[in-house]
Design a protein around this ligand. Structure first.
Ligand SMILES: [Zn+2]
Length: 303
């Protein structure tokens, strides 16, 4: 009997500890301060998210990022309302990310979203940010990986407002109704539509990369961030669906982004492949053609 009480008391404690942290409800009070989450979240010097400046970033050049199996349709995905976000896992194909500035192979562990975006680009906040969380394959699990600075890579995709619904986001929203209520918290449901992860990702040619942290407690500084500069469309009606999920009885999670953290002189690198190089080559070609034409015209004039 005593043991049962202790076990119950412990699990209640664990539950309340897990739900202790949260976000200010900015829809009800836009001046509500962001709470302190404690530990590294308050004392860390390499925290995320940050504002990403296109003009302030260092220019980088790396091999292209390599994505394996991101185009495979995942038929048995599961989705859960964990009280802080909507999280998707259960990939039946192993998705591997390598290349770029990454020193090893990373596999997708889970995907979740933030509404509004956590990172801002040139101080602009976007309505939605999708995080595709990858674990370095040299570590056996994500908890272990979080102890090392090369442990985790998160691919961040920002979405811009559009009139055109995003089909991939729609596939997720279709199953969202089952987990919006507080009573359904931490109860996984199947994602009804099969989804290929690359349907959530626009062009990966241009991106920011920097060393940062998880944006939720424990705020471990184990993350190589890759935030794409190209954004993807989403409608505000779609974003509003996410805002209806409950984190507590009758309380909706209107926003779940962390405030911008200090950059602290970190190197933020902007990688621009293909498009910019292509554009530079094209303009160089244009210039040579123009010069050639000038010479030709001059010659004709001389004749
Ligand atoms: Zn996140």
């Amino acid at each position: 009997m005593h043991l049962l009480f202790v076990v119950l008391a412990c699990s209640t404690l664990a539950l309340s500890a897990a739900n202790e942290w949260g976000y200010p409800d900015l829809e009800n009070n836009q001046d509500e301060p962001f709470p302190k989450w404690g530990g590294l979240c308050d004392s860390g010097k390499k925290q995320s998210p940050i504002n990403l400046h296109v003009n302030g970033a260092l220019k980088g050049e790396f091999d292209p990022l390599k994505f394996e199996n991101y185009d495979e349709h995942q038929g048995s995905l599961q989705m859960v309302n964990n009280g802080h976000s909507i999280q998707i896992s259960g990939f039946d194909h192993e998705l591997t990310l390598s290349g770029g500035a990454l020193g090893s192979d990373y596999v997708v562990e889970q995907i979740h979203m933030h509404w509004w975006s956590e990172h801002t680009i040139n101080t602009i906040r976007y309505p939605l940010e999708v995080h595709i969380v990858h674990r370095n394959t040299i570590y056996p699990n994500i908890t272990m990986a979080a102890n090392f600075k090369d442990g985790i890579t998160v691919l961040g995709v920002l979405y811009h407002v559009s009139n055109t619904p995003n089909e991939a986001i729609d596939s997720i929203i279709k199953s969202l109704g089952e987990i919006k209520a507080y009573e359904q918290q931490n109860v996984p449901v199947n994602v009804a539509d099969s989804l290929a992860v690359d349907d959530l990702i626009p062009s990966v040619a241009n991106y920011f990369t920097y060393a940062g942290s998880l944006t939720t407690p424990t705020c471990a500084e184990a993350v190589t961030w890759i935030v794409l500069t190209q954004t993807f469309p989403v409608t505000l009606a779609q974003v509003n669906e996410f805002k209806e999920i409950e984190y507590d009885q009758g309380k909706q999670l209107h926003n779940n982004y962390r405030e911008i953290q200090s950059e602290n002189n970190r190197a933020v690198v902007l990688v621009e492949q293909l498009q910019r190089a292509g554009a530079a080559q094209l303009s160089a070609l244009g210039l040579s053609l123009t010069l050639l034409l000038c010479f030709a015209v001059q010659k004709i004039n001389l004749l």
